[in-house]
Design a protein around this ligand. Sequence first.
Ligand code: TXA
Ligand code: MG
Length: 318
Amino acid sequence: MTPNHQVERAAQILRAGGLVAFPTETVYGLGADASNNSALLNIYRVKQRPTGHPLIVHLADAQMLHRYARDIPDTAWRLADLFWPGPMTLILKASRETSRVLTGGQETVGLRVPSHPVARSLLSAFNAGIAAPSANRFGRISPTRAEHVAEELGDDVDLVLDGGCCEVGLESTIVDLSTNHTRILRPGGVTRSQIEAVTGELSSDTAGNLPRVPGSHASHYAPFTPLTVVSPQVLKQQLLDCADSQARIAVVSAHPQPHSFRGAAWKMMPTTCREYGKQLFATLRELDRLRCEKIIVESPPLTPEWDAVNDRLARAAG
Ligand code: TXA
Ligand code: MG
């Protein structure tokens, strides 16, 4: 785990306008001082992300919402009470003081209180908001281990705090409370039904056509190797086809590799959505390194608790 002096050093780097990657319970974030525009621009540059795509601000506690948001609805406080610290981001109307570099020029801001102990100590040492997108280049898979960040960003980041494997492994659930029409923009660790227990039933239009949410771009979370998600029946057929053609393929499945088929890099996944979600991104990175012709993923169940996993798989396939 990260020793205290490392956290102090990280806070100093942030104060000086540098970039620090840090673990959260969802994925690793690429952090900068949320009030320092040149540091924020540096995040966009390092991520190679268009500046119109807003960053999430990480806070030590919900009371800090007042600094960044205005006209905070009652629903926000109720959701915060229940799910913070934790894997949920709220989109609220931005306060006047909030940097428009941070919000991608919009009048709304994304805010979240993470639960990872290292993120929490960093936030309390820094004592102000830390802007942090996932610590990957634009359009690539989010990092769930410190090594992933180091591999992908190298010297572009001043310090990487190592907090081990991320517990959730998929990015936070994003709830848009900035209009009268509450929506879930991205499914994540907090499920739709948990959110609806507070907000009442929500319409099921998600981020699909919201250009301001990079996660909504079809190419997002993509490995370099072409990836498809198929039913168990189609998987069987494709295994037979590949055996004939001698193609090098990788398979992600909840089942063990069949004895009759040994010609693939086979990743057997857990059967619970929690464990599956935790391992998914690391698994895709590992298989991507093998440079197979394709990655075939056997479709997990299509039930609501698998929404976040299926969402990321669909984007990886896009
Ligand atoms: O779990 C997470 O949310 C991770 C960790 C590091 O906290 N962060 C993360 O950040 O996934 P990022 O930038 O990779 O994705 C944040 C998403 C983006 O799709 C962004 O467009 C959206 O949140 N977002 C941020 N502010 C927004 C706003 N004001 N309106 C709409 N979408 C917003
Ligand atoms: Mg991201």
